[in-house]
Design a protein around this ligand. Structure first.
Ligand SMILES: NC(=O)c1ccc[n+]([C@@H]2O[C@H](COP(=O)([O-])OP(=O)(O)OC[C@H]3O[C@@H](n4cnc5c(N)ncnc54)[C@H](OP(=O)(O)O)[C@@H]3O)[C@@H](O)[C@H]2O)c1
Length: 331
């Protein structure tokens, strides 16, 4: 089958269209004929050699797929499987998304709502589940919380805006974005946008919240934002760190954190055990997927590339001109 392989770790020039063996579904796994996959920032980190797949998962890049069920592995076929050969499905995978066929654990596979295309369905798992798990579940979000969501119009960020607004219409959502994306982020219905290129988000949050601060921060910048994030966090606030685009080491004032009873939570989705991911996905499916099915939430597709042009897709993400998700389609 066709797949994107790596000549070595490093730049986009290492990505090439390869012919590799079609995977065989193991126990409790489903083989999916992939119609679309999407690019996530962790794919770039993996390409650079800094984010290996969990043991047992494919070395091929790609964390999510949408397609049709091709075959069921042992256990997936004789249990109460709700997926049948030919069904339209989408799935979270530990690796292997940039390929014609991918295997996924049955508990990580969901049916595609009728109103969504393969391309749209390929944009849901890695970003919306990450958004829901972290900004809502782990942050113990409540209906009237104030959220600070970092990251302009990125995949996780646009997903977290939509998830917070759908689940908590009464909440206040404040977003940081680079100058060129401020207007498009505003159009998503957020309450305030802070241009992180020209404004201090800590100062702006102080003004916008009358000095109270925010209840939940979803952050993927890490070290570079820790100090200002802590300044923005309200009493009993929760800071969830899901990425480290701004470095890994920073100083923390523990006294303030303790006195203000704040929580800092670190979280990754990919390396969690299979049953844990199944439980997260089951919760996501019942809580968030109805909003896709009724049209409240629609994945935002910025660009579509054929699989053979995966290098161009990575270049587009590195240039940061995208708004929402970058899709890889299979002809
Ligand atoms: N922990 C997990 O389970 C998990 C899962 C998936 C993703 N992630 C992480 O989540 C992050 C986003 O991934 P993605 O796929 O959504 O990538 P993406 O689409 O490229 O989004 C990244 C966004 O970060 C924004 N950004 C860059 N520098 C910034 C800064 N200084 N302040 C505020 N925003 C800034 C960019 O906005 P502009 O273009 O406007 O500058 C861009 O939109 C990555 O760090 C990724 O590793 C974590």
């Amino acid at each position: 089958m066709k797949a994107i392989s790596l000549k070595g770790f490093g730049g986009v020039e290492n990505l090439f269209l390869d012919d590799i063996e079609k995977p065989v579904p193991g126990p409790d796994q489903i083989l999916i004929k992939v119609h679309a996959s999407s690019v996530n920032r962790p794919d770039i980190v993996q390409r650079e050699g800094n984010y290996p797949p969990p043991k047992g998962d494919s070395e091929v890049l790609g964390l999510e797929v949408a397609g049709t069920v091709e075959a069921l592995g042992d256990g997936a076929s004789d249990g109460p499987s709700r997926h049948r050969v030919g069904d339209r499905v989408f799935a979270l995978v530990g690796g292997g998304g940039y390929a014609e066929y991918a295997v996924a654990y049955e508990g990580h596979v969901m049916p595609i709502p009728e109103n969504l295309s393969f391309a749209q369905a390929a944009c849901i798992c890695e970003t919306y589940i990450t958004a829901y798990l972290n900004a809502v579940v782990l942050a113990e979000a409540k209906a009237e919380d104030t959220f600070l969501l970092h990251g302009g119009g990125g995949g996780v960020n646009t997903a977290s805006i939509q998830v917070c607004k759908a689940l908590f219409p009464e909440s206040t959502v404040i977003v940081t974005a680079s100058s060129g994306k401020v207007e498009r982020v505003k159009a998503l219905g957020v309450d305030h946008v802070i241009d992180y290129k020209t404004q201090s988000f800590a100062d702006e949050i102080k003004t916008l919240t009358g000095g109270r601060g925010v209840d939940v921060i979803l952050d993927h910048i890490g070290a570079a934002y820790l100090k200002d994030n802590m300044k923005c966090l309200a009493l009993s606030g929760r800071l969830v760190i899901i990425g480290l685009m701004g470095g890994i080491k920073a100083e923390l004032n523990l006294a303030t954190m303790m006195v203000k009873r704040q929580k800092i939570i670190g979280s990754v989705l990919r390396s969690r055990p299979v049953p844990e991911k199944s439980a997260i996905i089951a919760d996501f499916e019942s809580t968030v997927m109805p909003f896709f099915a009724n049209g409240t939430i629609a994945p935002l597709i910025s660009d579509v590339f054929p699989l053979s042009q995966a290098a161009d897709a990575h270049r587009a993400m590195e240039q940061g001109t995208h708004f929402g998700k970058i899709v890889l389609e299979f002809q």
